[in-house]
Design a protein around this ligand. Sequence first.
Ligand code: NAP
Length: 259
Amino acid sequence: MDLGIKGKKAVVCAASKGLGKGSALALAREGVDLVINSRTEETLEATADEIRKETGANVVAVACDITTPEGRAAVLEAAGDVDILVNNAGGPPPGNFRDWTPEDWHKALNANMITPIELIKATVDGMIDRKFGRVVNITSAAVKSPIPILGLSNGARTGLTGFIAGLSRETVAHNVTINGLLPGPFDTDRLRGNLKLQAEKAGKSYDEFAASQAAVNPAGRFGNADEFGAFCAFMCSAHAGFMTGQNIVLDGGAYRGTL
Ligand code: NAP
C-alpha cells in the first residue's frame, strides 16, 4: 500500500533508538524526508546513516535535548515546513508519589506534556495553511490503564491526551490530524533496562524474567519497534485524514477492556 506521503517532511523526536527510530525508519521507507533528534550525537548519527543506507531518504540529524526551548528551536530550524510531527521523549522515572517534589512533577510535565504541545504550537498553523498535517504523540498504554509506580508518566501523559482531545477537533477540518499512539511492552533499550532491574530484585536471570513477562501478554511476546513504526507511518499517511483525537493502544491485547 502506498501511504501517499512521499516527499513530505517529518520531524521525529527522540529517534536514535527504540520506538522513535522504528517510526523514523517506517516513514523513510515511504519516501518521507526526515529530521531526527536525540541527545547523544554518536548514536543519532549512526541511526541517521543506517536509515539513509536502507531507504535512500534525506535524513538530517539534530543532536539536542528536545525538552529544552533551545533543542526545539534547533530541530524546527533544521526542518523548515513540517508536514508530519512525531512527538516522543524519554519517560519519567518510576517511584512513589510521596517522594516526589513539585520539581519532579514539573520535569515530567515538561518532557511529556509541554514539549509536545510546544512543538505542535510551532507547526500546526503551517500544516493548516498547507492543508496537510499529521501529528502522532507517542505516549503510553498507561494513559488508558495506569501503572502505579509510573505516576509521573500516568499524570503527564494523560494531561497531554486531554489537551489533544480538544485541539484535534479544531484542526481536522484542515486535514490536520492529531492522535496518540500508546505502546504497551515493546522490546527496546528502555524495556530491557527496566526488566534488568526487576530481574535483579527478583533474584532471577534476565532471560528467565523477560520470558516470564512476555508470556503474560496475550500475544505471548513483546512488541518490536518495526511494528510500532508501521502503525505510526499509517497514522501519518494520506489515508488517515478522518481519524483524529484517538488513542490507539498497541499492547498485544494486554489492556483487557472490551472497548
Ligand atoms: P528507548 O529505546 O530508551 O529510546 C529512547 C530514545 O529517546 C533514544 O533515542 C534517546 O536518545 C531519546 N531521548 C530520550 N530523552 C530525550 C530527550 N530529552 N531529548 C531527545 N531525545 C531523547 O525508549 P523507547 O522504549 O523507545 O521509549 C520511547 C517512549 O515511549 C518513552 O517515553 C517511553 O516511556 C515510552 N514507552 C515505552 C514503552 C516500551 O515498552 N518500550 C512502553 C510505554 C511507553 P538519547 O538518550 O541519546 O537522548
